[in-house]
Design a protein around this ligand. Structure first.
Ligand SMILES: C[S@@+](CC[C@H](N)C(=O)[O-])C[C@H]1O[C@@H](n2cnc3c(N)ncnc32)[C@H](O)[C@@H]1O
Length: 268
């Protein structure tokens, strides 16, 4: 199969594109990743250079191709019950103190294919009993949102799901669906997914009692990170909790959050 080569100036064009569009800073080490991911699109359109593909992506008639390029340039790795300490904290320190009546609202921002949102949904259903709750999951990539909306996963993705939750909240695929699982409707009906670009104004969402913003800040430079967090914190209720990934930091970002445990903050 024909292998494409990307020149430094072509790589810089895509670097600028994804930074401007999504706030993602691509390091030079990502050159081969960009070549292989976008190379598929050159082949698809029978193009021979990345310059030509860039012009196609930027042409006003091709917003569909622009979204495909964004989908390909984002990294969507995720899994069920990732960073389990967060789920312990959510259950023991937040949900166990939740008093009934009003709906508990949680936002899984940058939810990728939905495993994070459904892990939280299992915990909310388990811990809140009949108290109402709603989860909003969002991502910049429409490809991952589609998977999230389906709630349908390959069996090899289920490793982190506790056994009792697996039985209570997931259906095992049979016949043509053998080897897959479907999150039950009782959870899916309380989890809504939509496209949100965290780099742009957030629009009319919230307020939320909890926001998860995990494993996406690593792709942003300091200024983008500050802006993204500032506008998300505005969507959090006073006293609400803000979760980031354990490998991420809010150092130097003063937006009215106080640290509670590693990677969990509370809005003052
Ligand atoms: C590594 S995944 C993290 C998924 C999940 N939160 C977790 O911790 O497992 C990062 C996600 O951030 C999304 N993303 C990147 N830039 C974004 C932006 N500007 N707005 C919204 N989502 C973005 C990507 O599409 C990707 O699905």
């Amino acid at each position: 199969m024909l292998q494409f080569k990307i020149s430094d100036s072509e790589f810089d064009l895509f670097k600028a594109f994804i930074y401007e569009h999504a706030g993602i800073s691509l390091s030079d080490e990502k050159k081969s990743l960009v070549t292989s991911r976008l190379g598929k699109r050159l082949r698809h359109h029978s193009l021979s250079t990345f310059d030509e593909y860039y012009n196609l992506v930027m042409s006003s008639m091709q917003s569909g191709e622009r979204q495909i390029a964004v989908d390909l340039l984002t990294t969507n790795e995720t899994y069920f019950f990732r960073e389990p300490k967060h789920f312990d904290f959510l259950e023991k320190e937040i949900l166990s103190n939740w008093s009934g009546g009003k709906t508990f609202h949680l936002w899984s921002a940058a939810s990728s294919t939905g495993e994070e949102a459904y892990s939280i949904a299992m915990l909310l259903d388990h811990a809140l009993g009949s108290h109402p709750w709603q989860i909003f999951g969002s991502d910049i990539s429409t490809r991952v949102i589609k998977t999230a909306q389906s709630g349908h996963y390959q069996q090899n993705r289920i490793e982190g799901i506790p056994k009792d939750f697996l039985h209570k909240y997931c259906l095992k695929g049979m016949d043509e669906y053998e080897g897959s699982l479907l999150v039950k409707k009782q959870l899916r009906q309380n989890v809504r997914f939509g496209q949100v670009n965290l780099k742009r104004p957030l629009g009319n969402v919230g307020p939320f009692d909890v926001i998860f913003l995990r494993n996406v800040l690593i792709y942003f430079d300091f200024e983008t990170k500050r802006k993204v967090i500032k506008q998300l914190v505005e969507k959090l209720r006073p006293g609400g909790h803000f979760f980031i990934g354990h490998s991420e930091t809010l150092k130097g970002i003063d937006v009215g959050l106080e640290a509670v445990i590693p990677a969990v903050y509370r809005k003052k």
